[in-house]
Design a protein around this ligand. Structure first.
Ligand SMILES: NC(=O)c1ccc[n+]([C@@H]2O[C@H](COP(=O)([O-])OP(=O)(O)OC[C@H]3O[C@@H](n4cnc5c(N)ncnc54)[C@H](OP(=O)(O)O)[C@@H]3O)[C@@H](O)[C@H]2O)c1
Length: 305
C-alpha cells in the first residue's frame, strides 16, 4: 500500500505496535454503529514514533514516542492521524504496552469513574473479566478501591483476573450466574460493568442491591439483552450506557480529569495492560479471528516494527 497522505493538522506515525479491539471485528463485519466503506485498513489503536508533522502542528514533533487511537488504519507500518489525538508515551513504558492501553483502559476507567461512580469499599461485578475492557475494569476497579467479583467463562481467564486483583471469581459456564453471584454476594453489589450483554446482563443486574449502578459498555455476546423495567423500579437501580465518542462530546471536563488520572496510573506503573498474545502484522487476520472467537485474555497486540 502507498503511505497514507498527510493533511493539515495531521502527523505521520511509524507504528511499532497496534492492539486489536472487538470493535475492529465489528467494523470489518459491518456490524458496528458506523460503516466504513471497504476496502480499508483495519486497526484502531497504535503506538510508535512521529515521522512527519504538518506545518500547523505544535503538540508533537518528529521523533516523539506517541500512542493514539483512530477509527481505522492502525494495522500498517504508517498511520496518519489528527496530531491532537496523539499522546506522548511516558518514560519507561514500552510501545506495546502503550498500544494496548488506549481503548480498553480508557473505556473501563471512564465507565467506572463517571458512570458506575465506583468508590473505595464498593462491591463491583465485572462481566467479561478476562477480555480487554473487562480485565482493564478489574485492574482499575481495584485501583479505585473496589472489591471486584470477576465473571468469565474459563479458568485461564479467571486466573488472570485474580492475578490482576479480583477477589471473587465466577465461572459463568459452571451454572446459573444469578445463583452463583447470590452465593458470593448475599448483600448484593454496588455496581456492574457489562461489556458482554446476552443472558449474563440480567443475572448481573439482579445481583445489585437497592440503588445499585449498572453500566452497559458493549455486547460482545452478539445479543442485546432486554431488561424488565420492574427490576429497575423495585431496586431503584440506575442503568447507564457508556460510549467513548459521545462521552468526549458531552462531558469534556470529566473526560479530561479522568484521562489525566489514567495517564498518571500508566506513567507510574500502577496499571500495566495484560497482553495475552502477540501476533506479527502479517497475521493480523488471525489476531482478529482470535478476538472475534472470544479467546483473547487481556489485550492482543500486533508487533509491527
Ligand atoms: N462503549 C465503548 O466505548 C466501547 C469501547 C471498547 C469496546 N467496547 C465494546 O466492549 C465489548 C468488549 O470489548 P473487548 O475489547 O473487551 O472484547 P474481548 O476482549 O473480546 O472480550 C469480550 C468478552 O466477551 C465475552 N463473550 C461472550 N460471548 C462472546 C462471543 N460470542 N464472542 C466474543 N466474546 C464473547 C468473552 O468473555 P467470556 O468468555 O468470559 O464470556 C470475552 O472475553 C465489545 O462489544 C466492544 O465493542 C465498547
Amino acid at each position: 500500500m502507498p503511505s497514507p497522505r498527510m493533511e493539515a493538522k495531521t502527523a505521520r506515525v511509524r507504528v511499532a505496535a497496534a492492539a486489536v479491539n472487538f470493535p475492529d471485528v465489528l467494523l470489518i463485519a459491518d456490524e458496528y454503529q458506523l460503516s466504513v466503506p471497504a476496502p480499508f485498513i483495519p486497526g484502531s489503536e497504535f503506538a510508535g514514533e512521529v515521522l512527519e508533522v504538518a506545518d500547523d502542528v505544535r503538540n508533537v514533533a518528529v521523533g516523539d514516542r506517541v500512542f493514539g487511537s483512530t477509527m481505522v488504519g492502525a494495522f500498517a507500518e504508517e498511520v496518519v492521524v489528527t496530531a491532537t489525538s496523539l499522546t506522548r508515551i511516558p518514560e519507561g513504558v514500552e510501545a506495546r504496552q502503550a498500544a494496548a492501553f488506549g481503548v480498553a483502559h480508557r473505556t473501563a476507567f471512564h465507565a467506572l469513574r463517571s458512570f458506575a461512580r465506583v468508590r473505595s469499599g464498593d462491591e463491583l461485578i465485572v462481566l467479561g473479566a478476562g477480555g480487554g475492557v473487562g480485565l482493564a475494569a478489574v485492574q482499575l476497579g481495584v485501583v479505585l478501591g473496589a472489591t471486584v467479583t470477576a465473571v468469565a467463562s474459563s479458568a485461564p481467564k479467571l486466573d488472570v483476573a485474580r492475578a490482576n486483583g479480583a477477589t471473587r471469581l465466577v465461572d459463568h459456564s459452571a451454572g446459573d450466574l444469578r445463583a452463583l453471584l447470590k452465593g458470593l454476594l448475599p448483600e448484593g453489589a454496588d455496581a456492574v460493568i457489562d461489556p458482554v450483554g446476552g443472558t449474563l446482563s440480567e443475572a448481573a443486574l439482579r445481583s445489585l442491591h437497592y440503588g445499585g449502578r449498572f453500566v452497559t459498555v458493549g455486547f460482545a455476546a452478539g445479543e442485546i439483552p432486554r431488561i424488565p423495567l420492574n427490576l429497575v423500579l423495585l431496586k431503584g437501580i440506575s442503568v447507564t450506557g457508556f460510549q467513548m465518542r459521545d462521552f468526549g462530546a458531552h462531558q469534556r471536563d470529566e473526560l479530561e480529569r479522568n484521562e489525566a488520572e489514567l495517564m498518571e496510573l500508566l506513567a507510574s506503573g500502577r496499571v500495566t495492560p495484560h497482553i495475552g498474545a502477540t501476533f506479527p502484522l502479517e497475521e493480523a487476520a488471525a489476531a482478529l479471528r482470535y478476538v472475534a472467537d472470544g479467546h483473547a485474555v487481556g489485550k492482543i497486540v500486533l508487533e509491527v516494527s
